[in-house]
Write a protein that binds this ligand. Structure first.
Ligand code: HEM
Length: 387
């Protein structure tokens, strides 16, 4: 999953193997993702959710996955650069990021088992210049970063924007050795691209699971209706209110348990001296990995019905099972490299799914697989929903 610039690792967080450097960098930029700063992004969710509601009001039959992918791109670009590219308003891949994001994931899954061959083909200094081009994602980041530097020069006293780009620029001024100014664009870019298809896919899957499981759908609707009637939810519910609803939380967890978007092993390199993993001695330098979905289906932890969508399991605390379930739950990875954007994801999901369910009656009308030009949309459910 490494991002390369001129055949060198771009130095972004996700592909950084030096743990101490990663810790420093996470410490430096982590503030942008703390729960207390999370609400900085809620106005961006508000604006994008309104655009989503407009879109589906005007187009009541829609491609569920693609529409949420456009939602996610509009949200991420707003959160990162304070810009509204209008994917939802125009109903198309305005910046070319949707298609490229999906192709990138296709590339990862295809080549993950053969990293040396991938490196040889795509990152050879001799011929890669003919086949590798700067991606739309990279270009988008670099163009915005250069424009922002100029803006900040012209108006040094008032960098009015409170977006991710501005936060990273300020962090790089504070810790220039950890975040070199030249890597800011890559860093913003890799951060938001990590949250693209993963989040869109999770929202689409959550709606899909609810539509396929009417009793869960009704239960969630009832929780939302009761909370609205009793005043727990205001007429335009905020994340702080929605975050108090246990069934909504359970539905989100159950979705990510059954369908963690990163379906390939989360790789780690065994450190010096080797390690003993589940009783097996593993020599240093070995790449090992663990796939969230496999852990999530363990019947000893999640029950005999571990393959079923049953959000209630998260609300049953009997026999200490719940604790084990929380420990084994790893859609965002775990340990020191756990996903930095996991609270942003919660903010979005807990606003968007109820936003749709409170205002509309959604139903599935057709399931089809979608081929877009030469790109196959991996993991795209492409169900159409009917309001
Ligand atoms: C449902 C949505 C998401 C899922 C399932 C997800 C999952 C993951 C996973 C599995 C990892 C690797 C963790 C590990 O190796 O232990 C990761 C890393 C990361 N994620 Fe996410 N992610 C999501 C959304 C986001 C969002 C919205 C952002 C940012 C806006 C984000 C930013 C990152 C970053 C920066 C890393 C690298 C962390 C590091 O290597 O230190 N992710 N994510």
């Amino acid at each position: 999953m490494r991002a390369f610039v001129n055949n060198k690792s771009s130095g972004s967080l996700i592909d950084m193997q030096d743990e101490s450097q990663n810790r420093l960098m996470r410490k430096a930029i982590g503030g942008a993702f703390l729960t207390r700063n999370l609400l900085d992004y809620e106005p961006d969710v508000d604006t994008t959710l309104s655009a989503l509601i407009h879109r589906i009001t005007d187009h009541p039959t829609f491609n569920l996955y693609q529409t949420l992918q456009f939602f996610q791109l509009d949200f991420l670009i707003k959160m990162a650069f304070s810009e509204s590219p209008g994917h939802l308003a125009q109903g198309r891949d305005v910046l070319g990021l949707a298609k490229q994001g999906s192709l990138r994931i296709w590339h990862w899954y295809l080549w993950q088992p053969l990293p040396y061959l991938e490196q040889f083909i795509y990152h050879s200094p001799i011929w890669s210049r003919f086949i590798s081009r700067p991606t739309r994602w990279a270009k988008t980041g670099i163009e915005r970063w250069e424009a922002r530097k100029e803006e900040n020069k012209l108006e040094p006293k008032q960098p009015a924007k409170n977006d991710l780009l501005q936060k990273y620029i300020e962090v790089s001024e504070k810790y220039p050795d950890t975040i070199k100014p030249a890597t800011v664009a890559n860093l913003v870019n890799s951060t938001i691209s990590a949250g693209g298809d993963t989040t869109a896919g999770t929202m689409a899957t959550m709606i899909y699971f609810l539509l396929k499981n009417p009793s869960a759908y009704k239960k969630l609707q009832k929780e939302l209706d009761d909370a609205a009637k009793s005043g727990v939810l205001s007429p335009e519910p905020r994340y702080s209110e929605l975050n108090t609803l246990p069934y909504l939380d359970a539905v989100m967890k159950e979705t990510l348990r059954l369908n963690p978007p990163l379906a390939s092993p989360l790789e780690r390199v065994v450190p010096k001296g080797g390690a003993v993993l589940s009783g097996v001695p593993v020599p240093e330098g070995t790449v090992v990995g663990c796939t969230g979905r496999v852990v999530h289906l363990d019947t000893e932890v999640y029950g005999a019905d571990s393959e079923a969508f049953r959000p209630e399991r998260w609300l049953e605390s009997g026999e200490g099972r719940n604790q084990g379930m929380e420990r084994g739950y790893m859609p965002f990875g775990s340990g020191g490299r756990i996903c930095l954007g996991r609270y942003v994801v919660e903010l979005e999901i807990k606003r968007v799914v109820p936003g749709l369910m409170l205002g509309f009656e959604v139903s599935l009308i057709l399931i089809l697989f979608c081929f877009e030009g030469e790109g196959v949309l991996i993991g795209a459910s492409c169900e159409r929903a009917n309001l």
